[in-house]
Design a protein around this ligand. Structure first.
Ligand code: F6R
Length: 255
């Protein structure tokens, strides 16, 4: 595992985008796993500034709410369209999001795992981490080998995501999420984290025991993980734990 510590949230985007641009230059038809939420937005903004041909790149979203009407501005299908597909000029036919408005969401979830396999698997999976340690929407207690499925969102997660909705009650109760086992099959996991409010859970995930109580702790078992964290989020990480930590400053951090 390599950990880049950068001064600001916007610098997490610059460093992570640099990694993705290098991947796409060496593999123009790379398959990217797309996280939503606030953490990866600086990545997509920074990646748009790289002169890299994105026309053959595919994208597969990490998760989607269940039950929002099609076209809802906060559905991840819409967020991915606005923030990723349009911004990066991806081919919309090469971008997929789980079908959260399917009549049978469990079936849509199983089909999504098949779609990932049909795409040849995910080369780089972009990830954020929830305050309770969730990875994608795998809430605490999720099986470490779980597949893409319907999951019930915890109150903590609904509270955190209420900022995107007019009222907290509007936040959906369920979602379709890639499973932890699904995520672990990606070739490279790229976790981006910012803010002091994530420092405790990031340390628990990277330095604590691997346990379903902290789903993101599964990262410790993947052979190729890159963490890009701002100083506030990295402030409680143990030093000398065998993980390679690099402090990136100045122009190299895009600041
Ligand atoms: C989003 C996702 C979630 C978020 C996590 C952190 O697709 O799967 O796991 O990454 O909830 O969200 P932010 O970045 O908004 O703090």
């Amino acid at each position: 595992m390599e950990i880049f510590v950068v001064p600001t949230a916007s610098a997490t985007g610059s460093v992570a985008a640099g990694i993705l641009a290098a991947v796409i230059r060496s593999k123009p038809d790379a398959v990217l796993g797309l996280a939503t939420g606030g953490s990866p937005l600086p990545i997509y903004k920074a990646l748009a500034g790289h002169s890299v041909d994105m026309s053959s790149v595919s994208g597969l979203a990490l998760d989607e709410y269940v039950g929002l009407p099609a076209g809802h501005s906060q559905s991840y299908a819409e967020v991915v369209r606005r923030e990723v597909t349009e911004r990066l000029q991806l081919d919309p036919a090469k971008v997929a999001v789980p079908d959260g408005s399917a009549a049978d969401p469990e079936r849509a979830a199983a089909e999504y795992d098949s779609a990932i396999a049909a795409a040849g698997g995910i080369d780089v999976q972009i990830l954020g981490i929830g305050h309770n340690g969730h990875l994608a929407f795998n809430e605490p207690g999720s099986a470490l080998d779980s597949r893409t499925r319907v999951e019930v969102l915890t109150e903590r997660t609904r509270e955190a995501n209420a900022r995107y909705f007019s009222t907290p009650e509007e936040v959906p109760l369920r979602c379709i999420t890639q499973g932890l086992g699904t995520i672990m099959e990606a070739g490279h996991l790229l976790l981006v984290v910012n803010g002091a409010d994530k420092a405790g859970i990031l340390a628990a995930a990277l330095n604590g025991p691997v346990t379903a109580a902290c789903p993101a702790s599964i990262l410790q078992r993947h052979p190729h993980v890159t963490v890009v964290a701002d100083e506030a989020a990295a402030s409680l990480l143990a030093s000398g734990s065998g993980q390679v930590a690099v402090r990136v400053e100045g122009a190299a951090a895009g600041v």
